[in-house]
Design a protein around this ligand. Sequence first.
Ligand code: NAD
Length: 453
Amino acid sequence: MHSIVQQQKEWFNEGHTKSYAFRKEQLQRMKKMLNTFEKPIINALKFDLNKSEFESYAAEIAFLKTEIDHHLKHLKQWMAPKKVKTPLTHTGSKNYVYKEPYGTVLIIAPWNYPVQLALAPVIGAIAAGNTVIIKPSELTPTVSWVLKKMIDQYFSPQFITVVEGDKEVTQELLDQPLDYIFFTGSVPVGKIIMEKASKQLIPVTLELGGKSPVIVHKDANIDLAAKRIVWGKFTNAGQTCIAPDYMFVHHEVKASLIKEMKKYIHQFYGEKPLENEEYVKIVNQQHFDRVSSYLDSGTVVAGGGLDEKKQRIEPTILDQVTWEDPVMKDEIFGPILPVLTYENLYEVIDQVNQRPKPLALYYFGDNGEDQKLITESISYGGGCINDTLYHIINPHLPFGGVGESGIGSYHGESSFYTFTHEKGITKQTTRFDQNFRYPGSALGLAIIKKIIG
Ligand code: NAD
């Protein structure tokens, strides 16, 4: 580990990564890599998670290509030093913000979108001029292997390398003198990463998880809400960090919403989702056992079936759930949607605000005042009004959590700035000197008071 980091640091210090031409070429190279490895990526995702070609292409490969294109389009402008205003006290000088790469970045990825979540931060990191070490998840080993193979083929190890392994490997990496750590994963592991990073004061971005609510108010378009919630919740079998974790529904529309949701579950996944060859599996036995244990909470009103051999859990809706049930204690991260009922929106705001700040929140309802009330009364990472998940694929929006759901953000310009140190520089004139700041200046204090007030 030590020599990998040392090699990258030396190469960085030699200045190879800093020019616009180099960064642009590497982004283009990454796009080529994705084209060449499209089939192996899709096959690996099928093997590890039973992802369909559609889900793999749309949520992993296409996402990355869009992100690369967005970076290529704006990189020159982002990289340019930014001239800022010169206050009276600085008369004669010019003032700039320089965009400086950190150096060697460690990116630690989870297993649920194992290609996208490993490479999307890499795009930002190399656009910003850093070298990168990627640590993919050991729970999707085929994808991890493909990642290593394609990165090795397209990039030199001094610039980008993949280190495969489990938490011991990660811990060893975290002991190295890194310049930045970008972690995507669970809240408990996020705490371990931050603690480790603090030993060397290494800056971190933490993209974490938690319980993200979806709220359906009585004036919502129920049919559309049902369709978009079923899509957002059961995509990737609920193993999506920003999937609606649980649902608050106004009591007047609960019955019709659940009825419509059942219709869309059948429309998207067939009458027997467990037999649908394109339905994503739960990543391993441990997670299968954990998620299926939630079926004991509340009352099953849709789905509820299991196939232990194939590690699949049917798209499931649980009614009659309370905050005391196990399913409401931790992030579900599986295809089970518990339902809570409410009378007025203030109850919802109060209950969400009593808990850790969610990574995402979705509100369905037509009234603009209510939309504003929810957006402004609850702190959460980001989300949608009248949709689910869609905010994540707009490269113009920062993506990240707040409070327990994360620190920092990325995607598009936010990625560039995440991996960039903004260095403030005053370029002073030598044509004259303003003596008021020096000790012994008779008028110094009077001038400072006049300028500053
Ligand atoms: P995880 O925290 O178990 O693992 C993430 C990474 O950390 C893996 O590479 C793993 O090898 C490593 N790791 C695990 N234990 C470690 C330890 N003790 N020390 C050092 N490294 C360790 O998360 P996961 O199960 O892979 O992913 C699911 C979680 O990630 C969910 O909570 C989900 O919400 C969250 N997530 C968040 C986002 C986001 O963008 N905010 C995206 C996807 C997933």
